[in-house]
Design a protein around this ligand. Structure first.
Ligand SMILES: Nc1ncnc2c1ncn2[C@@H]1O[C@H](COP(=O)(O)OP(=O)(O)O)[C@@H](O)[C@H]1O
Ligand SMILES: [Mg+2]
Length: 236
C-alpha cells in the first residue's frame, strides 16, 4: 500500500532522514521503532505532506504523494494521530471528532463512524460535550485516534500513542489498535519508542537510528534480535 524509497528530509542544515526505505503491506500493522530524535515523526510527517521531501519517493498504491498538499493526502486515504495528540482544547469531544471529517460529505456514514468510535472508546461518548482540553492524556489519545478514524482512512498513521500515558490505558489503547486492524482490516503504521508494546501488536517492524533503518523484519523476529533487545527492550 505504502512504499517509501530512499526518503531524505532536511531541516535546514540537519538531515533528519538519510535515505529511509520501508513498505507497508495492506491489512498489516507495521511499527517504526527508534529512540528520541531518530526521525520517526519526520517520517510520518513526510507521508502526511507536512515535512518536505528533499529526495526519494513516497508512493501510495503506486501513486507519488511526496510533497502533495496535506488535504489531498487525507483525501487519498491517509490520516494521522500526531505526536502530542494536538487536540483542540476549547472544542468539545464531538467537535474534535467532526474536525477529522471535514473533507467528507457522506452524513449518514459519518454518523455510523462516530458510533463505531464510541464502541471502541466508550469514554469519549461519556464525555461528548466536554472540552477536549479537560480530558486526561489517555482520553485525549483516544480522541486523537478517533478524530483520525473520522476521515475514514485506508492507512492510519499513529505517532507514539503510548507517550505520557499510564500503563493501564496504554494497554487498552493498544488492544483497540489491534481490534481496529483485525475487525476492519485497517492498515496501520505505528511509530513507537515503546518497543515492548509495539512488537506485541505489529506484524512487521523497522528500527530507525539517526535517520537510517538499521533492522527490519517480522515483529516476532525483531523481538528476538539480540541488538534490538539490548537497545530497545532494556535487556543486557
Ligand atoms: N522543525 C524542526 N526543525 C529542526 N530540526 C528538527 C525539526 N523537527 C525535528 N527536527 C530534528 O530532526 C531529527 C528527527 O526528529 P523527529 O522526527 O522528531 O524524531 P523522533 O520522532 O524519532 O523523536 C531530530 O534531530 C530533531 O531534532
Ligand atoms: Mg517523534
Amino acid at each position: 500500500m505504502l512504499d517509501i524509497v530512499n526518503l531524505e528530509v532536511k531541516y535546514g542544515a540537519i538531515t533528519a532522514l538519510k535515505g529511509v526505505t520501508l513498505s507497508v503491506e495492506s491489512g498489516k500493522i507495521v511499527t517504526l521503532l527508534g529512540a528520541n530524535g531518530a526521525g520517526k515523526s519526520t517520517t510520518l510527517r513526510a507521508v502526511s505532506g507536512l515535512a518536505k521531501v528533499a529526495n526519494g519517493s513516497i508512493r501510495l498504491w503506486g501513486q507519488e504523494i511526496g510533497n502533495s498538499a496535506p488535504h489531498k493526502i487525507v483525501a487519498a486515504g491517509v490520516s494521522q494521530a500526531p505526536e502530542g495528540r494536538m487536540i483542540f482544547a476549547n472544542l468539545t469531544v464531538r467537535e474534535n471528532l467532526d474536525m477529522g471529517a471535514y473533507l467528507r460529505k457522506d452524513r449518514h456514514a459519518l454518523h455510523e463512524d462516530q458510533e463505531y468510535i464510541f464502541t471502541l472508546f466508550p469514554r469519549l461518548k461519556e464525555r461528548i460535550n466536554q472540552p477536549g482540553g479537560t480530558l486526561s492524556g489517555g482520553e485525549q489519545q483516544m480522541l486523537a485516534i478517533g478524530r483520525a478514524l473520522m476521515a475514514r482512512p485506508k492507512l492510519l498513521l499513529l505517532d507514539e500513542p503510548s507517550l505520557g500515558i499510564g500503563p493501564i490505558l496504554v494497554k487498552a489503547i493498544f488492544e483497540r489498535i489491534q481490534e481496529i486492524n483485525k475487525t476492519r482490516g485497517l492498515t496501520i503504521l505505528l511509530v513507537e519508542q515503546n518497543a515492548h508494546m509495539a512488537l506485541k501488536v505489529a506484524h512487521y517492524a523497522y528500527v530507525l537510528e539517526t535517520g537510517t533503518i538499521t533492522f527490519h523484519g517480522p515483529a516476532a523476529e525483531i523481538a528476538q534480535n539480540e541488538q534490538v533487545r539490548k537497545a530497545y527492550l532494556g535487556e543486557v
